[in-house]
Each structure stands twice: as structure tokens, then as C-alpha cells.
Design a protein around this ligand. Sequence first.
Ligand code: PMP
Length: 300
Amino acid sequence: MATDAVDPNPRPPVVLLGDTLVSVDEARISPFDRGFLFGDGVYEMVRVFDRIPLSMHAHQDRLAKGLSETGITGFDARRYSSIVERLLEAEDLRDACVYLQITRGCEIPRRHVPSHELTPTIFAYALPSPPLSDLETPDITTAILRPDERWHRCDLKTIGLLPNVMAATEADHAGSTEAILYRDGLISEGSSSNVMASLNGAIITPKFGDFQNILPGAMLDFAIESARAIGIPVECRPLSVDELLQADEVAITSSRRILHSISALDGRSIPGGSVFARVFDRMTASIADAVAGEPTAAAR
Ligand code: PMP
């Protein structure tokens, strides 16, 4: 069953604003919030199965790095875990995606250079998502290729996502669910996912590091670890557009989608195979172990 087979327009009954749970209709943020005026904020999204958030430490570490590099103060990234628990409790959810956004705060009048002592705006909500039992095989979808027109600090999960929104909208208009972005002939990542190719039995993936400033994806790390655990070699290195177009298989990973298989790129069919189905099986088995209380890669 499709992992996205839920209400397409769900509405959370309550959201967390600051330290308070309020109904969506009561939630108010100042128009002088720097998130609204400058896109001055960071965010995270974690997927939860049976109350176990996947790769929680990776999300918290990435959030801590984003806060520290942007100089947004007044929020400890380790609070994400308790926010997740609080929202699951309030909404009586076991399987969910929990979004958290921290902006630098509100300041009047608008000025580029922020004052030092701003109180950050904290906003979070949970939406139901399908349970683990629905993840039988990877969803199969198609993608388009588009130039990467984003800034150069894509390793930070910042809220200014207009180029991602534009690329994702183009994909949607083309009947696809993801835009895979490239820069200087090299694949960077999807508009909201990381990208892996399988060539001659090995997985190749551009991973955040010395050579590319892309998002260090929590699910990409989980997929790499899962692949290696079942003996599939993984090379983390630049991946050219030509290589992607010649790949036996292509897949994308993200917390919301876990792992989706790509069957066509810009309308060109990708041959397909069993590499990513095996990786997906290992990932879901690991999530099942985590749900059963075992310390697996998924539960870290
Ligand atoms: N790249 C981009 C641009 C994203 O927005 C996302 C989704 N957050 C990812 C990669 C995947 O990251 P993760 O696996 O941590 O959800």
C-alpha cells in the first residue's frame, strides 16, 4: 500500500506554539516574526512508528548544528524528543510525522541584523501517517531532473524553501512526485529527499561532506547502514547526471517517504532490479526491531 495513502489535506487539531498547545484556529504569530520576514529559521521533520521516532538523535544533532550555524539562540535541540512525545500524547497518535520549526523570533521594526536577545518562535505539530504494517514494498514513483538553483548551504535545514517548492511544483505538473536537482553536471539531492543510484550491484550516493553541501539525510544514513548490513557495497561520492541516467535503479530517501523507488526520470524508464527492495526490507525489519524495543539503527 502507498505510504502516502492518507487524507491528502489533514489538519492537526492542535499545534505547539512556544510552550503551549493551542488549536490551529487560535494559533497566532506576529507579522514581524523573522521567519515570516526573512525566512530566518530552521526546521525538522521526524517520522514516528508505534511511538518510536526514527533516527531521533540524527534529527536533534542536525537541528543543533542548524541553530548554532545560524546563531539562533534560546532553544535546546534536545527538546525535540519531548515535543514529539507531547504532541503524540495530545493527539493520541502512535504513527505520525512531527514537524518542528524554530525561527529567530520577532523584532519590530524589521531589520537585517538581529538583536542579540530575541526569544525564538517555536512551532510544532503532528500529523498521522501510515503504520509500519503498511510499508510492504517501496512505493514506486517517477521524478524529473532540474537544475539546482538553491543557495550553497543546503546542509542546513533552513525554512527558505522557495527553489525547492518551485522544483517540486514542476515535478507535480509533470505528473511526478520529486524533482532531482543537479549542479555542474552532478546530482545534489531531491527537492525534499536524498538520491541513490544502483550501478552494477553497488549503490552510489552523493552524501554531505567535503565535496557537496547537501542535506545530511537521516534516512540516507539509515539506508546506507542497512545496505552495508546485507552486503550491498555503498560508495559515497559525487554522482554525475549521466551516471544517474544509466543507473540500473534509482531511489530517494526521506523521513516522510522512507525509501521510494524511481521508475522513470524525465519520462525515460529506469531498468529496475532488486537492490533497493532489499535495502527497504532491511530498513523496515530494523524499524520493527526498534518498535519491539531493540536498539537498532532505526531507533538511535
Ligand atoms: N534533502 C532535502 C532537501 C530534504 O528536504 C529532505 C527531507 N527533510 C531530505 C534531503 C531527507 O532528509 P531526511 O532523510 O533527514 O528526512
